[in-house]
Ligand binder design. Sequence first.
Ligand code: HEM
Length: 170
Amino acid sequence: MTDTPRSTKSVSKAATELDAIPDPRSEFPRPLRLPLHSDITEELIEQLVRGFYTKVRADPELGPVFAAEIGEDWEPHLGKMFDFWSSVTRMTGRYRGKPNAVHSRLKGVEPEHFLRWLTLFRETARDLCVPEVSAIFIDRAERIGESLQLTMFFDPVNPGRILDLREKAG
Ligand code: HEM
């Protein structure tokens, strides 16, 4: 039994047409996906993540929750967070985790922890970035925090349990 040979002409034509369409599954770096701001470098992300988690570790409310999960060796978590923020703000696609699933299995986390998390994150971002850039990080953190909160705590019988994480104007 022999296969009928395919027309190489139509295959190569199809490939040429497809080449013009960016493949959403292709590996980074993707030249068409630019950072949200030219100031957002990998160095800035590392500074922000390290600065933020230094505060988290020392915080009486958040510190114990993280300590219970992470223990002493913070580098693997920090590495994940560099990838996460690089994906969110520089479009590198480096982060491949599932934050909603990870947070859903955490013990002892309450909606109020998200308010504290965001307070420390805003402080750190504003210390390290120009206002236009801190606003980008803060906006993304608030939105992702909302999504995490909904996965973790949404209860149609008690919808008030979900807290508004947006900073009040003024
Ligand atoms: C806007 C809010 C937040 C964002 C954007 C965020 C983001 C993330 C991300 C991306 C991860 C890595 C998940 C993975 O792939 O393993 C993570 C892990 C984790 N988060 Fe959050 N998080 C937020 C709020 C919180 C809060 C409020 C708490 C608890 C008080 C919390 C506790 C943790 C812990 C304990 C881990 C696991 C650490 C590890 O084992 O690496 N997070 N978070």
